[in-house]
Design a binder for this molecule. Sequence first.
Ligand code: NAD
Length: 504
Amino acid sequence: MQTTITHETKQVKVDDVKLYINGEFTGGQGKTSYANRSPFTNETINNIAEGRKEDIEEAVKAAKEAFEQGPWGKLKVKERLVYINRIADLIDEEAEEIALLESIDTGLPISQTKNQAARAAENFRFYARMVETKLHGESYPVDEDFINYTVYKPLGVVGLITPWNAPFMLETWKVAPALATGNTVVLKPAELSPLTANKLAEIIHKADLPAGVFNVVHGFGETAGDALVKHPDVKAISFTGETTTGSTIIKNSADTLKKTSMELGGKSPLIIFDDADFDRALDAAVWGIFSFNGERCTANSRVFVHKNIKDKFVEKLKERVLNIKIGDPLDPSTELGPLIETEHFNKVKHYIELAKEEGCEVFQAVVPEELKAGNYVPPTLLLNATNDMRVCQEEIFGPVMAVIEFETEEEAIQAANDVRYGLAGYVWTNDMKKGHRVAHAVEAGMLWINSQNVRDLRIPFGGTKDSGIGREGGHYAIFEFYTEPKVIHVALGDHHIPQFGKKK
Ligand code: NAD
């Protein structure tokens, strides 16, 4: 099946998607496929080859051979990094098409997927620089007797399992450090967003990486994902997705003693004090939940507003919500598009009904009639919410902001922390002492003071509590996950060696 997408002056043909194993595009051993639907129309875009256990076996075998016998493991670092930079250049060349594919596959507005494509190229360049300049060990001299030194070695075959909410960015955020440090990769992308993962396979194929170094097995979590997690030759699993899936993966990887990295769900607080820059806080709060259609792990889904400014803040929030441009994801002026699929759409709608039952006032914009075929949930405010409600405790993962009033700093911190998650947090105040105090007290892996979520590739990214284990980003990815230190002990002289069994 082939669908042609026309956007402004560009036409893209979307063919059926195959697995990419050992340098070849293949239909998979089971020869089965599933339909990939458009969030905008719910019609089929194309068919996706459904990888299963036997395809994972083949991909891992190819990746293992490429690591142990292929040229990849023997390349000089500079030679390897030429490939990594070439991938970045090819992503740049194809950025427009990547953004387009991402938008038709996920419903994310094109103005937002464009930035993601640029970020993806930077992920490769950043890790090429990082590995070239920072991936070195330490030395530990022991008097005149020893010099001990460390070298950082790649792990071998790593399995990468990714979600659908910002697929290309999140996939490259894992693939770039994994390859730059010399590992080989089997990627299992989310079943709901296969198009840009396939594009990445095409780009890496074009960059001429040796066969088997990078493989993509599309398919479902419970089959393809599970087989990757349980495979004895896969040394590590880097996972981003829901907390419950992360927990299952940790259990299932135990028998083969895998290293795992977990980037999981969130229910992040944004706390606005009455001395904050009101307009900037408003901009940030609105963007932080309604960008990415609300399908953002670090979204500020719980907004705590000081009682002195709450009424005015809610009034302005209502104005913004009514003005957000709901539209076709390919329209450059669209700010909010459709949710990924009908099941998720129903889940989000269910939470909005639950909010009413729990006593919230629900304030929503209206989805234009001509968009009714898509999975559109309008920007939604849950007013008069309290932190103990289920809608304030569970991750909704849609364009839904709960607004909670507070009076004291202690009360805000206590409520912000009274949740199982701990991914991100945001504090708005012009009292810097208070800003730091609250940022230190909120239980989350990442805090922003007087800012929306702005990323710097050098910082550690990740959460605490049920939001994750481990960190990605910066040197954390290359030292703490994709390599292992090996220590070499070198005797410099004739130090004492016990002489067991020697006749006195
Ligand atoms: P999900 O957990 O349903 O799926 C993620 C991936 O795991 C998919 O590729 C899926 O096929 C696979 N999978 C499912 N079951 C599996 C199993 N038993 N074994 C192996 N793999 C399995 O998550 P989703 O719905 O795709 O993504 C949304 C979630 O991701 C949200 O909770 C969001 O907060 C989270 N997320 C977290 C971050 C972060 O950095 N912390 C970033 C983005 C998204």
